[in-house]
Design a protein around this ligand. Sequence first.
Ligand code: ADP
Ligand code: MG
Ligand code: ZN
Length: 478
Amino acid sequence: MKKEYETVIGLEVHVELATKTKIFCGCSTEFGAKPNTHTCPVCTGMPGSLPVLNKKVVEYAMSVGLAANCGINQFCKFDRKNYFYPDNPQNYQISQLYLPICHDGYIPIDTPAGEKKIRIHEIHMEEDAGKLIHDEWEDCSLVDYNRSGVPLIEIVSEPDMRSADEVIAYLERLRLLVQYLGASDCKLQEGSMRADVNLSVREVGSETFGTRTEMKNLNSFKAIARAIDGERARQIELLEEGRKVIQETRRWDDNKEYSYAMRSKEDAKDYRYFPDPDLPPVCISDEWLESVRAALPELQPEKMARYQSEYGLSEYDSRILTESKKMADMFEKTTTLCQKPKKVANWLIGEASRLLKEKGEDAESLWFSPIHLAQLTDLVDAGTINNNTAKEVFTAIFEQDVDPSAYVDAHGLGMVNDDSALEQAVSDVLAANPKTVEEYNSGKTKVLGFLVGQVMKAMKGKANPGKVNEMMTEKLNA
Ligand code: ADP
Ligand code: MG
Ligand code: ZN
């Protein structure tokens, strides 16, 4: 009989915090600067330089921990993780091993079988390394220390996930939570969120875990899903052949859809961890902890509930609007300006989502000004433009953030409400379609739609359709 296997997955997620400066020095954390321009003796590991902890890092770490239902270690410490690598100028990384800032939390995810809690083992603070650039043309490697010392938190889950779907659901919940807290933008492509996947397989029914591998180099949710399926298949094949899975770190190659051994799995003892002698322990007073708790913003579940009770939106619409912080902000700012929540929701859920999908982008890349969307809803309400024209104007706002009134004027898109012009157009259409008029008179009243359509066409879509309808009916019945 063929054996059945279960996949067991635990994640180690690194998130770069949105502080202005690095974790132990005053250098800027800005992404994309010229190489080695955001550096100083501390973050390049010069002898005699001393680290000073950035308070904001501790606050962000606490807020993520509280939002993820963790306990906070009000007395926590930094440790040195010793290893040599050219992107690590001190030859050690300052991290937390013995007393991490947060412990024992969980993040709930939705699964087909209902809600499931993915437990969090711990969250600790640490510093990022520099970046190596391998120049194949010059046959050399270059190092950029701008990222060295950028603050990270590492969120370590328990091995509670059983499929790629559960992993993606967990990562999406976690990302949303961190984005709502403003602790990071969590861009996988830019590396501000990075997930290492620990995976093992075991026979269904087995109580003990199998040997795991750890996969690195995953920079999109799709790559993560492919890596999970690929590595599961590789491990099952080994076991089926009567061989053993070796505990090691592997690099996922998303083009070849296969993982390659990078190094044998290191143990904590290999790093010769010891408490960092340059940094005093962090003591978090009750007052400080409570002030961080009190300052936690409204998170997605609460926001979703409020949209339903306060604005009367459906559960579905509220979910779509709140599943991106950017979209929710856009919705709230626009609604404050124009007081038309349903219409604003329709623009964002309808046209904005459609255009984003067309471009293969997500809601985080929305960038137009809420003032312009508010003005657009006002123009439609005032009867200045009709719905069709409004769609065209919305596209222009979405793409170039145009001022809608100016755009309507410049392109002559204003709705024609001028009665004499409309009457002329209606008469012309009636004169040009005697057969249709006859049909109407003999009782086929549904041809009215066709006649109104002809007038709209003649007016290049800018007529007020309600008004045309009225005039047309009046003339036909006269
Ligand atoms: P280490 O300190 O060696 O990295 P940890 O115990 O901290 O090991 O675990 C690292 C990650 O691996 C955690 O996210 C954990 O959930 C996951 N993990 C541990 N054992 C297994 C296993 N047998 N299968 C899958 N994941 C595992
Ligand atoms: Mg680890
Ligand atoms: Zn520095």
